[in-house]
Design a protein around this ligand. Structure first.
Ligand SMILES: [Mn+2]
Length: 482
């Protein structure tokens, strides 16, 4: 029997809500996984990508990571991993450095054997490069074959990678796929292969409400079962919760007519907020409330961080937009005037069409921008603008900045889908880089000049409040089409 911990989406270095405490939390969760691995004496820790939140983790994050990996090495627990979309660098990977130091193994096309189990790795691959991807793996006569990978695979939410195709085209017959990228843990069976996400170990967004944890995957040796290959009994996947994750308190308030901040305060008062991240979500009707007042109230009661998502904003916006005969027409007209490239129009559609769920818009946009640029560095060159070299540069830099500062996009949705759309719209408007839009380029230069990737993360998370929404509206260049 071989028993491993399957973890991933650790996001070390993520300074969520721009708080150093949150940054430490992500590392602490990783430390607990490693300590569990040691005390439980598992045969390996399998990491399915996104160990780091961005491709330039800080020195302290690296030191902390090395220290945790040393704990594993000293206990002779191998750390086997693949590269996720957040941390991927162009040439060598952090994982290669850890391998050089004897602290990790980067999984790939050759089997890495632990007892009777062969582990293979497939790093995150952008969608644009999957078409001709050869799923070629070295064969093995091990009892079990597990593929570790990072991406959004079927049959789970937001999937864009066809699991059946991978399994059909792979030259090795896998009995399990141990995955990262989707932060929601889940397990399914596809063509007699177990496909499982371990989930993130700290909440990278307020939409990750469920308790955090990791998977324990047990592979039975052939002689221990009935000898039938690929029978369901051979691989068992169970979950174990993490006790050290930051407490998140979700306060959902549905306001009736005549109710306002007093009712919200009453609801907040029902919870123990000590050192917690408090997410107050307001729905229904009632009176306007000032998010800052609610946030202050929660902080006074001991919360580490408080954010208010007022979903009722939608109505307010609809009221405002009534002043246009047909806002969609006005938007379309303005977009035509911008003379955008095909790639930019594709991003625009991603943002505004309904076929990508709100919670996934940011990540999808980030990926599509990256993929478009990987295929053609000038993909965003404005069709109408000949001297747009600078704009192209801006887009590339903005993208790099965004990658490095992290993922403004990975699950940073704060529970307020509408707001995310606005932000994504701002980002795509930015990417479209209308040259006259000074506020837009300003927004872009932040990440570029930032050396440690810290400060921009305010944007990644701090935008739960309505105040940001106003700011965002100002930045959207099509906001002035009236
Ligand atoms: Mn992730």
């Amino acid at each position: 029997m071989t028993r491993v911990i399957h973890t991933g989406d650790t996001h070390i270095g993520y300074q969520q809500y721009n708080t150093p405490e949150r940054r430490r939390d992500f590392l602490r969760a990783f430390r607990q996984v490693a300590e569990d691995a040691v005390s439980d004496d598992v045969d390996a820790v399998i990491h399915a990508g996104d160990l780091f939140h961005d491709r330039r983790p800080g020195l302290v994050d690296l030191q902390g990571t090395v220290e945790v990996l040393r704990t594993l090495r000293e206990a002779d627990v191998p750390f086997l991993a693949v590269v996720g979309n957040h941390e991927g660098k162009r040439d060598a990977q952090w994982l290669d450095l850890f391998e050089d130091l004897g602290l990790a193994t980067r999984l790939g096309a050759d089997p890495y054997l632990i007892d009777d189990v062969a582990f293979y790795g497939l790093d995150f691959v952008p969608r644009s490069r999957r078409e001709n991807l050869a799923y070629e793996f070295e064969s093995t006569d091990a009892d079990h074959r597990a593929l570790v990978s990072h991406g959004l695979f079927e049959p789970f939410a937001h999937a864009d990678w066809d699991t059946e195709t991978v399994l059909a085209e792979a030259t090795v017959d896998f009995d399990a796929m141990l995955l990262g990228d989707n932060h929601a843990p889940d397990t399914a069976e596809v063509d007699d292969t177990w496909v499982t996400y371990c989930g993130s170990t700290e909440r990278a967004s307020a939409s990750e409400r469920d308790d955090r944890g990791y998977n324990i995957v047990t592979f039975e040796s052939d002689e221990e079962d009935d000898g039938e290959r690929d029978s369901d009994g051979q691989v068992a996947i169970t979950r174990r919760g993490l006790s050290v994750t930051r407490e998140f308190v979700f306060v959902d308030v549905d306001l009736e007519d005549g109710e306002g901040i007093d009712r919200v305060r009453d609801r907040v008062r029902e919870y123990d907020l000590e050192d917690a991240v408090v997410i107050v979500t307001v729905d229904g009707g009632g009176e306007p409330i000032t998010p800052a007042a609610v946030e202050e109230f929660a902080i006074d009661r001991g919360a580490l961080i408080a954010r208010v998502n007022d979903h009722r904003e939608i109505d307010v916006e609809e009221d405002v937009s009534v002043s246009f005969a047909d806002p969609d027409d006005a938007v379309r007209e303005r977009i035509r005037d911008l003379g955008l490239s095909d790639a930019a129009r594709d991003i625009d559609r991603t943002v505004r069409d309904g076929d990508v769920v709100d919670a996934n818009v940011r990540e999808t946009v980030e990926r599509r921008v990256r993929e478009a640029l990987e295929e053609d560095r000038e993909a965003f060159r404005s069709a109408a603008d000949g001297e747009s070299e600078r704009d192209v540069q801006t887009v590339a830099d903005a993208l790099n900045g965004r990658d490095e500062t992290g993922a403004v996009n990975d699950g940073d949705d704060d529970g307020d889908g509408i707001e995310s759309e606005h932000e994504a719209a701002t980002e795509s408007a930015t990417a479209d880089s209308s040259p006259d839009s000074s506020d837009v380029s300003e927004a872009d230069e932040g990440p570029e000049t930032d050396t440690d990737g810290d400060t921009d993360q305010t944007d990644a998370d701090g935008d739960t409040g309505q105040t940001d929404d106003e700011t965002t509206d100002e930045q959207v260049s099509m906001g002035d089409f009236a």
